[in-house]
Design a protein. Sequence first.
Length: 155
Amino acid sequence: MNKIISSRSALVLCSFSIILFWGFSLLSLGLAIFGESQEIGVGLLLFGVSFGFGFFLAWFLNRAACVVWVEDGMIKRKGLIHGFYKECSVRAIQTVKIKYVHREVGFGTFIYLIDDRTQSYKKFLRIRKDSYICFRKNKKNLAFLNTFWSGKVEK
């Protein structure tokens, strides 16, 4: 069973940002605990904001850098941390499309597996739970695609 991460750039960028925001939240918590009386409110406010951004980035990391694999004729996707699960039969794939995505973290060219279950208005948004299964276009991921798909790839 060969597993791939859908976007390594999103993995690196989000992980770095999470460490940065949660580190800043620890510093601001230290300011709230050990600071002067007028600095407590500012420290707590900065702690809440930076911890919240870190939590949001962890949620986004779970979806943007999900794990994709093929098992028993099913293509499966799972969030990097937890949840975000979807599976699709190889026979249910109608086409494979290569599309450039510029709106999200980890932007670039992605390979989308177009199936018959996803509704058309949710198609190319990677972070929606019922979106198409997709992964970044590179040599390793193209070799992964060739293990189960021998049909046409649209550009």
